[in-house]
Design a protein around this ligand. Structure first.
Ligand code: SAH
Length: 214
């Protein structure tokens, strides 16, 4: 790491800790992933600030502290198979790839998946499988999952995703109308059903059904 990059990453991690990201494994994973690689054009210079930024297809890369808080709430274990719904820039998937055995990530926009794949290849993140799909149906071919992370807001936790969670598995999902306050919900699948915990208010782009046009 160059001195500049080391200094920048130190400030980036400091900012995350200040906002409540305390889990060591999460901070280590976020230290390894350069958010600057996932932000293009005029916004690239703001990549290390704690704010969401625009990406292609009218979508956004989430705020780093929200990525951190979601990741730590997910409690990923090294042997876990994880599904992310909403690849977007690929940043969150890259963070997860340092914590899990395998990460499946899907987005309804083919272009976002294609661009994220180029970055995963360049960074040598070979345990990520990315493809275009409507993630509200989950990924039946690869189910069940130890962990599921949804990075777009649903009105309710989607039924197919609940069904594709292993017993003991955890899903983190923003729930609420897209133009109102949403809450980050942690769903834990138990032997007999599901436990729901409300974590914090958030704001995400909506989960939209069907594939996008590009
Ligand atoms: N996790 C991303 C940010 C995601 S923004 C990152 O780290 O950059 C939310 C993404 O969810 C958008 O890219 C949007 O296209 C996608 N999305 C919305 N509805 C979807 C659906 N039904 N299936 C898959 N992806 C969806």
């Amino acid at each position: 790491m160059t001195e500049d990059r080391a200094e920048r990453q130190m400030q980036f991690l400091f900012q995350l800790r200040q906002r409540g990201v305390m889990d060591k494994a999460t901070l280590n994973a976020m230290e390894k992933v350069d958010r600057g690689a996932f932000v293009k054009g005029v916004f690239a210079e703001r990549a290390y600030e704690d704010m969401p930024l625009p990406i292609a297809c009218g979508q956004t890369i989430s705020q780093p502290s929200v990525v951190g808080l979601m990741t730590q709430a997910l409690k990923v274990q090294p042997r876990d198979k994880v599904l992310e719904v909403g690849t977007g820039s690929g940043y969150q998937a890259a963070v997860l790839s340092h914590l899990a055995r395998r990460v499946y990530t899907v987005d309804r926009h083919k272009r976002l998946v294609r661009e994220a794949q180029v970055i995963f290849d360049a960074l040598g993140l070979t345990n990520i499988t990315a493809f275009p799909a409507d993630g509200s149906h989950g990924l039946p071919e690869q189910a069940p999952f130890d962990r599921i992370l949804v990075t777009a807001a649903a009105e309710d936790p989607p039924g197919p995703l609940l069904a594709q969670l292993k017993t003991g598995g955890i899903m983190i999902v923003p729930v609420g109308q897209s133009d109102a306050v949403q809450h980050l919900i942690k769903v834990t699948r138990t032997e007999t059903g599901y436990d729901y915990d409300e974590l914090r208010p958030v704001r995400f782009v909506p989960l939209v059904e069907g594939l996008g046009a590009d």
